[in-house]
Design a protein around this ligand. Sequence first.
Ligand SMILES: [Zn+2]
Length: 309
Amino acid sequence: MQHLNKIYQIGGATVTRVDEIPLPDVAPSVLYPDLDPGAFKQYARFLGDGSYDRNTGTLTESIHTWLVQFSDYTMLVDTGVGNGKTLPATPQFGHLDLPYLDRLLAAGVRPEAVDFVLLTHVHMDHVGWNTRFENGRWLPTFPNAKYIFSRTEQQYSASLSGHTPAPDLPPPRLGKPIRQPAPNVYDQSVAPIIEAGLAELIDVDGAEVLDGISFLPTPGHSVDHASIRLRSGGQEALFLGDVMHHPLQVYRANLRSVYCEFPEAARASRERILSDASQNQALCFTSHFAETSAGYVRRENDGFQWQFV
Ligand SMILES: [Zn+2]
């Protein structure tokens, strides 16, 4: 079944969500191990029914990707979990067989027509459709695309997967990691892209990598996590990646998700990007919010609030 998602216009670009996996019934204390029930009660009143099920007391999330189309080229921001992956750390996401590419096609895009794949970070649920399994091996799903992502993310996950060691990573300024990226993800979803010569590894430093597109450093969730800024026709959008997982974190910016590798750096990045987003009135496209997954951050008193659009 195909649902038609909302289309957003940012200057000369249209942005559409391509759905992969709805994630209902997430226990708040599992997603946010430091969340105290009193604080949750206080902030839950700001959450809509599409993000918080008041009957079960659970949060709703989503895994999806963003399709960005200009008149002359087509991009994807992040690529979900992918089909047929071996993911022992998260077996519920392993060996999927989902019609993601049919949904992309329903949005008018064949895999061959994707010119750029932009990756916010190298985690299981952001790089999966980089590849698909064909004739006994993992091959690029988007054979004509340049895959643009952080060199540091690549080096760190390659080293953890037993490839070239990266003795300088992670950088000490991020603090000690409390978890590591999941196994197999590099070998199944990243290495084949590099072997095919389709990777363009970049420094995440805020410089433009394409016209109007820049990768902003927001490390902490992962070693060199980026939020991606799109500017076109005087308008601005931010693809936030995993700076936040749920609107609750807009209200409680100091809350780390269970998936953050460097919690203190992640918190600092979250506060910085929330401030940036509200100041620039950027339309924010999130990786894991449910509902429309898109909205605005506004400053309110000492903190921030979220408005879906
Ligand atoms: Zn994620």
